[in-house]
Design a protein around this ligand. Structure first.
Ligand code: SF4
Length: 351
C-alpha cells in the first residue's frame, strides 16, 4: 500500500452541499429551513491509495461520495479528479469525470437491475459512454467478471440467482468497466457475513495492487477500514474532524469522537449506535464545536468557539481544542466508557 505521493488524484476543497427548504431531507431534519449536509468539507485521495471515510449513519459520508461524481447538489467548493476540475454547473466535465470514477453503491440491487442479466448490468457503463470498442457485450462482460473471480456463466444469470457475495463481486466488475483510476465504494461489505466480507476485501486489495486503482472507501465499519485503508478520515455532521495514516489514528486517536468510535465494539454492527446521544439537527447546527452536545470533554470555550483543523503529527490533523489532552489520556474521561484513561494504549479497538 502506498502512503505518500505529492499530487492527489481526487482533491475536494471546501465542498458545500445544501438541500433547499421543503426537500425530503429538510423535512427529515425537522425544517422548513435549508439543510446543509456538507458545510465546506475537504478530502484528498492520492494515486494508488485507499482512504477510508468513516462516520455514523447520517454523518454525510455517502453524500460526499455522491457529490464527488455530481450525484448530489454541489453549491460551493471544488472537486478535482486528475486534470479535471468540476464546477457547480452540470455539463460535459461532469460526464467526463464520472467516466474516470467507478462507483460501488451500498445496495447491490441499486447497481444490478433485477430485470437485467448480470452481464448486461456490468457492461452498461460501457454502453452509456459508447466505449465497447470492438468486443461484443457478452465478451466484455465475461472479461470483467473474470477479473473479480466470477465465471462466464454469471453473465447469463439474474441477480436473484446469485449469492450476496457474488452480487457484490458483480458490482465491483461494473465499477471497473470503464478502467477507472478511482473507485468510490459505499459500504462495500454491508450485509455480508464475515467470511464473505474478508474475501471481498482481499479482492479489492488485489485489484488495487494489480491495477493501481485508488479507493475512497465509505464505511461505518472500523474493522473494514483497518483491514484495507492507508489513511482514514473521520466525519461528523459533514465535517472531517480527524484524518491521518490509519495506523496513527488507530494507535493514537486525538479527537473524542474518533476515540469513542474506536472504543465501541458495537461499531462493527450496522444496527448499533457507537455513541450515546443523538446527532444534532442539520437544520440547527450547534454553535462552537458541533460535537459539544455529545462530548463529555466539552468546556464553555468549546460551546462558543469552533476549533480549527490543525496538524498534530506527520499527516495527522485534528479539529479539537483538547486534542493534546485526549492524546495524553491523563485525566481525560473516555467518552464511550466513562472511564479514565492513563495512556493511549489503554484504548481498545474493534477487530
Ligand atoms: S473541541 Fe471541545 S467539544 Fe469539541 S471535541 Fe474537542 S473537547 Fe469535545
Amino acid at each position: 500500500m502506498m502512503t505518500q505521493t505529492p499530487i492527489p488524484l481526487l482533491e475536494i476543497n471546501d465542498l458545500e452541499v445544501r438541500y433547499p427548504a421543503g426537500s425530503f431531507l429538510s423535512r427529515l431534519a425537522g425544517g422548513p429551513r435549508e439543510v446543509t449536509i456538507l458545510p465546506g468539507t475537504s478530502l484528498s485521495v492520492r494515486p494508488g491509495e485507499t482512504v477510508g471515510l468513516i462516520g455514523e449513519s447520517g454523518s454525510g459520508k455517502t453524500t460526499l461520495g455522491r457529490a464527488a461524481v455530481g450525484l448530489a447538489p454541489v453549491s460551493g467548493g471544488t472537486i478535482r479528479i486528475g486534470a479535471d476540475t468540476m464546477s457547480t454547473e452540470r455539463g460535459r466535465s461532469w460526464i467526463r469525470m464520472r467516466r474516470d470514477v467507478g462507483l460501488m453503491f451500498q445496495d447491490p440491487v441499486a447497481a444490478l437491475d433485477p430485470r437485467m442479466r448480470i452481464g448486461t448490468s456490468v457492461t452498461e457503463p460501457l454502453v452509456i459512454h459508447r466505449m465497447l470498442e470492438g468486443k461484443s457485450r457478452r465478451e466484455k462482460a465475461v472479461e470483467l467478471l473474470r477479473q473479480v473471480g466470477l465465471g462466464a456463466e454469471f453473465a447469463d444469470r439474474y441477480p436473484h440467482q446469485v449469492s450476496g457475495g457474488q452480487a457484490r463481486r458483480a458490482t465491483v466488475a461494473r465499477a471497473l468497466a470503464l478502467n477507472p483510476e478511482l473507485v468510490i465504494a459505499d459500504e462495500p461489505t454491508a450485509g455480508l457475513d464475515l467470511s464473505v466480507q474478508g474475501e471481498l476485501l482481499n479482492l479489492l486489495n488485489e485489484l488495487q495492487t494489480r491495477l493501481g486503482i485508488s479507493f475512497l472507501m465509505i464505511t461505518h465499519n472500523l474493522a473494514v477500514a483497518r483491514h484495507v485503508t492507508d489513511r482514514i478520515a473521520i466525519m461528523y455532521l459533514g465535517r472531517i474532524v480527524e484524518t491521518g495514516r490509519s495506523q496513527d489514528i488507530f494507535a493514537h486517536p486525538a479527537h473524542p469522537y474518533t476515540r469513542a468510535l474506536l472504543r465501541a465494539r458495537s461499531a462493527t454492527r450496522e444496527t448499533a449506535a457507537p455513541l450515546t446521544g443523538e446527532n444534532p439537527s442539520l437544520a440547527a447546527r450547534p454553535d462552537g464545536c458541533e460535537f459539544h452536545t455529545r462530548c463529555p470533554l466539552a468546556t464553555d470555550h468549546c460551546r462558543v468557539a469552533a476549533p480549527q483543523g490543525r496538524s498534530i503529527g506527520t499527516g495527522h490533523y485534528v479539529t479539537c481544542h483538547r486534542a493534546e489532552e485526549v492524546l495524553a489520556g491523563v485525566g481525560v474521561a473516555d467518552p464511550a466508557a466513562g472511564k479514565f484513561l492513563r495512556k493511549s494504549t489503554d484504548m481498545e479497538t474493534t477487530t
